[in-house]
Design a binder for this molecule. Structure first.
Ligand SMILES: [Zn+2]
Length: 141
């Protein structure tokens, strides 16, 4: 499900000002009055416009935004993605830059196990793009 932030194309820590500017820019692009149905027959645009409108209604209000942020946080904490596979650390690639072990996910993304997590025995590596996770099999020397 797309978050209100994604709908407006802003980061979750965007300032009220950034949110407002993003909203205004999108409205200019997508307002139904500005759509020429003959050139641009676009039920998608109308749908998109509604989503943006809804996102804006929530995020422009400090209290509503705070509540929405809490819901998002709650959702991400409650959601435990399935463990897709057990992967031996020897099969993973080590990335020096991020000090992480990575393994390709079937979605095209990468499972990422940071060294810091592995050191504290957090052996579940989430995919960076989908909700799947793997368990990393390793032993600390
Ligand atoms: Zn994935």
């Amino acid at each position: 499900m797309e978050t209100h932030y994604a709908a407006l194309g802003v980061p979750e820590d965007a300032s009220a000002d950034e949110i407002k500017r993003a909203y205004q820019a999108l409205v200019l692009q997508l307002h139904p009055d500005k759509q020429n149905a003959a050139i641009n027959p676009s039920a998608d645009a109308a749908d998109r416009f509604l989503k943006i409108q809804r996102a804006w209604e929530t995020l422009k209000d400090v209290d509503q935004r705070r509540q929405y942020d809490a819901e998002l946080k709650d959702r991400s904490q409650k959601y435990i993605g399935p463990i897709d596979a057990d992967v031996d650390i020897d099969e993973m690639q080590y990335d020096e830059d991020t000090r992480s072990f990575v393994f390709p996910c079937r979605c095209g993304g990468l499972y990422v196990a940071t060294e810091a997590n592995l050191e504290v025995r957090n052996d579940v590596a989430p995919c960076s793009t989908c909700s799947l996770r793997i368990r990393v099999l390793y032993s600390i020397e």
